[in-house]
Ligand binder design. Structure first.
Ligand SMILES: [Zn+2]
Length: 137
């Protein structure tokens, strides 16, 4: 068994896998592996600062701007335009008809009242909003 090491992220002791040996840096927990990968990517990017730069300039030179390319593509592929329009229409229709979920995470109610007795007088909804009328009397 290889001598134990300490994980630099969670500080737990671990025995490296016999096949990985000294190359194993972390304890192997998903969280620590991700942190290690992130760190190693950052290190690599520091050594290759221009690797991801300038790609769009080359692309632009070859194909034109993205909007010009898209425009050209749409002119060359009318069947795509039709299919896409149908899909967008369907998506918008579904969005309009979908009821607002009461369990949706963006549903917040803030009550700015000092009164202790509140009564929900009326609830109505559109596809986007829920309106709650409170009776504070
Ligand atoms: Zn760890």
């Amino acid at each position: 068994m290889l001598p134990r090491q300490r994980c630099p992220f969670c500080r737990r002791w671990f025995h490296p896998h016999p096949r990985l040996k000294q190359r194993q840096r972390t304890c192997g927990r998903l969280d620590c592996c991700r942190k290690q990968k992130r760190k190693s990517n950052q290190h690599w990017r520091m050594g290759n600062p221009n690797y991801f730069r300038g790609g769009y300039a080359l692309q632009k030179e070859k194909y034109g701007t993205r909007s010009a390319y898209r425009q050209h593509y749409r002119q060359q592929h009318p069947d795509y335009v039709q299919r896409n329009a149908a899909s967008v229409r369907k998506w918008r229709q579904r969005l309009r008809s979908a009821p607002v979920s009461s369990t949706s995470s963006d549903l917040h109610v803030t009550i700015e009242s000092e009164k202790t007795s509140l009564r929900i007088a009326h609830v109505s909804s559109t596809s986007r909003d829920i309106f709650v009328t409170l009776d504070t009397s």
